[in-house]
Design a protein around this ligand. Structure first.
Ligand SMILES: *Cc1c(COP(=O)(O)O)cnc(C)c1O
Length: 520
């Protein structure tokens, strides 16, 4: 270690040197002394402990109209000129927000891919706000930058990605995928695309590939990257909604013949609608053969690679050039936390940096401003870093494995129910629909097919409004389906057992009221 001369620093001066004791203390309106902070903080935590414990007994959603919400929270008044005492302000805000919100922490919340917040993550966000580091620059966030770097390595380790990778936290899966897309585009363009723009000097057009089940982020990415949405090829899927690798190969060949420049293939590790996993091992091999960037969208299913009986294709994550995962999904982090992982950190710098690599006292240090699109950045990694230590990798393997087991149990319960038809089960997503008993034999009749779609669409609405359970929907092969996704460590076997009859009961009522006479 080189020794440096000790010189007095400004912070070494005593308060008396600086004359501080003579200056009248400033009384800023927002300032709160330690005693007041303690009082209001304790009161809020006490109230939150009760409110969080009350969630299982509440309706999942209160079903307010927008105007009712505005009325209940007094959201139409103008900007207040004067302040309000913080104690009553916080108490009222917490109570009113809990009374008029949808709870993804409810044990029967099975919608979208939205997880309950881990309690340690809630507390972690409080700690992160209190510290308030700007994690864009190492100098401004020495501890937070290093914690983020370790959290990235831990996430990589959990899913079997090389831990020497680069990566960073972003707002969610969309941004994580978009960051990887932007890195791929810079890595694979044969010209300086950051300087010269998306159209190559010889008129080359970059082309990206994903299955027809790829999440809509890919359109936004192509658009934002300046390639245009027509640069995305939606490759057809097979009967299991996995990318048809033969069709991918043919499309790449056709694009090359037409003068296009194929640059990346997006493989989905758990599609958002049915949890389908693309043939990632085959896509990886094809990408190696054709020198294409292999990206995996693991926003939903990436963390399932951590469980011992994970589908074999998730092993291919380890060979990807980049992976997007979403800690606010299967790591149960409070929103927002997405994470982009890139095999070689230099690809992130190549895509985002305008400065040379940063060194602090002769050691390499990460300035995250040079690894992603954001400038000032919050400490999103902390809640994830704490949760990973709270339960360890084994705790996550158990929770993710249990969610998948409960989804299989739900599929079995749906299969046993005479009025429900099971469509798919993969990872922790089960899709199914309600079919009245007397129509089971008439599914080939187009009038029946049309009625079942309309009926199940109304049924989704009825179940969501009922407040007892919350599911979302999927459309597979033209059939409108209900979709239950379990990314929820509050869900138990009893909740799963209750769902089929909640759906069937609402289905019977609707069918009795709405069946057209021609189908009776
Ligand atoms: C959820 C999801 C996304 C988008 O992630 P956000 O966190 O909602 O931005 C992208 N891809 C897949 C497969 C997803 O499940």
């Amino acid at each position: 270690m080189p020794t440096r001369p000790l010189k007095p620093r400004a912070t070494d001066r005593t308060a008396a040197d600086a004359g501080v004791e003579h200056a009248p203390a400033r009384q800023a309106p927002l300032a709160m002394d330690a005693a007041a902070f303690r009082t209001h903080g304790h009161a809020l935590v006490d109230q939150l402990a009760d409110l969080l414990a009350s969630v299982p007994g509440r309706p999942i959603t209160p079903n307010d109209t927008p105007s009712a919400v505005r009325h209940a929270l007094d959201l139409e008044r103008g900007l207040p000129e004067e302040g309000t005492a913080p104690g009553p302000l916080l108490e009222r805000a917490a109570r009113q927000l809990f009374d008029h919100s949808l709870f993804n922490a409810h044990p029967r919340f099975f919608g979208y891919v939205t997880a309950p917040p881990a309690p340690i993550g809630i507390l972690g966000d409080l700690l992160a706000s209190a510290l308030n580091p700007n994690v864009g620059a190492w100098m401004l966030s020495p501890a937070a930058s290093e914690v983020e770097a370790q959290t990235i390595r831990w996430i990589a380790e959990l899913i079997g990605f090389p831990t020497r990778c680069g990566g960073l936290f972003v707002s969610g899966g969309n941004m994580a995928n978009i960051v990887c897309f932007l890195a791929a585009r810079v890595a694979k363009a044969s010209w300086n695309i950051r300087e010269q723009g998306a159209g190559g000097p010889a008129g080359q057009r970059l082309v990206a590939y994903g299955s027809a089940e790829t999440h809509t982020w890919v359109q936004k990415a192509a658009d934002i990257a300046g390639l245009g949405t027509s640069a995305v090829r939606w490759i057809p899927t097979d009967g299991s909604l996995r990318m048809d690798i033969g069709a991918l190969r043919e499309q790449i060949d056709a694009d090359v013949r037409a003068g296009g420049l194929p640059f990346m293939v997006v493989g989905t590790a758990g599609s958002v609608s049915t949890g389908a996993i693309d043939p990632l091992l085959e896509i990886a091999a094809l990408c190696r053969e054709r020198n294409l960037w292999f990206h995996v969208d693991g926003a939903y299913g990436g963390f399932a690679a951590a469980v011992p009986d994970a589908p074999a294709d998730l092993l291919a994550l380890s060979g990807a050039d980049s992976v997007a995962v979403d800690p606010h999904k299967w790591l149960y982090a409070p929103l927002e936390a997405g994470c982009a992982l890139v095999r070689d950190a230099e690809h992130l710098r190549a895509a985002f940096a305008y400065h040379p690599a940063y060194y602090h006292f002769e050691e390499a240090a990460v300035n995250y401003v040079d690894h992603g699109p954001q400038n000032s950045r919050g400490f999103r990694a902390l809640k994830v870093w704490l949760a990973l230590q709270h339960v360890g990798a084994s705790g996550y393997r158990r929770m993710i494995g249990d969610d998948m087991g409960l989804s299989r149990a739900l599929a079995a319960a749906v299969g046993r129910h005479g009025e429900l038809q099971l469509e798919t089960q993969s990872l922790s997503i089960t899709t199914f629909r309600f079919v009245p008993l007397d129509l089971v034999g008439r599914l080939g009749d187009p009038a029946v097919a049309g009625y079942l779609n309309a009926l199940n669409e109304r049924l989704l609405d009825a179940v969501q409004r009922g407040g007892e359970a919350f599911v979302s929907n999927a459309v597979v092969g033209g059939r409108y389906l209900l979709r239950a996704c379990i990314v929820n460590f509050h869900t138990s076997q009893a909740d799963v057992d209750a769902l089929p009859e909640i759906v069937a009961r609402a289905g019977r009522t609707l069918d009795a009221a709405e069946r057209p006479a021609a189908l009776r």
